[in-house]
Design a protein around this ligand. Sequence first.
Ligand code: BT5
Length: 277
Amino acid sequence: MNINKLNGLKENGIITDLHLYEEVGSTNDMAREFAKNCLAKEDGSQINELFIAELQSSGKGRLGRSWTSPAGTGIWMSLATRVNLDGDKIPGITLLAAMCVARAINGIALQIGIHNLDVKIKWPNDIVINKKKVCGILTELITDPKGGGYVVCGIGINVNTTYFPNEIRDKAASLQSESGVEWDRESIVASVISELTSFIRRYETEKSLGFIKDEYNNLLVSLDKEVVLVENGERGEETFISRGIDETGALLVEDSEGEIKRIISGEVSVRGVLGYV
Ligand code: BT5
């Protein structure tokens, strides 16, 4: 990662500081430590601090899962920012981040002359290309007892990765594997972070995801398709039709009687009837 190409983020006031590491356990853990210190010192109301690593030795997924983060080929980054939002609004930040990643990939693809990349969002926290996962997002909250707190939004993007371990080979992909060309990691970081910081500020004011809803739903891999629900690792028998998110970020699914059920991220996940997507 070329730090000089990222200095603009700081010079333009988009982030307050950038921490770039060769190797860490997890950038989310670095960002959490930082946020906890700010909280202890009651010092950080304007914080937008970015942590990036070339390699994560224990990258984290959700629910104790791990995130494969080999050296130099991907973007492993976490944004720590103070938010004035209640806890139930925090999962919405994952949806904002997914939207920013999808936009960044699509925008840069056009600039470099790629017109047919099938970039989709798999609610709530994955970006897929050709139905394979290229990005995962892990949002955590460090609560302030006085209200709000710090959000750590961790984003992992497989950019120029060409080798995946056996466990994820069938479902993982990278921008390079799906487009056949190398991508500039710094341009993606700059695009995602400048948009994400402004989306988070807007979400804080509006307390609703209404401003991304339509565009998000257009990018949704499952929209108007059959899905099954997975609860505590168990695939349900019943099939539903995915109808996209509402303003709160819940996924609406319709059963065979036409009844709509709201799925809150974190409680249940959604799979295509034939597998992961
Ligand atoms: C996620 O969890 O997708 C959240 C991943 C967040 C990673 C970022 S990197 C920067 C920051 N620092 C961290 O420590 N984490 C964040 P989940 O939905 O639970 O998916 C995890 C599952 O994705 C694993 O169980 C694997 O099946 C699969 N997986 C692991 N590594 C992958 C990779 N590099 N590409 C695609 N799939 C992967």
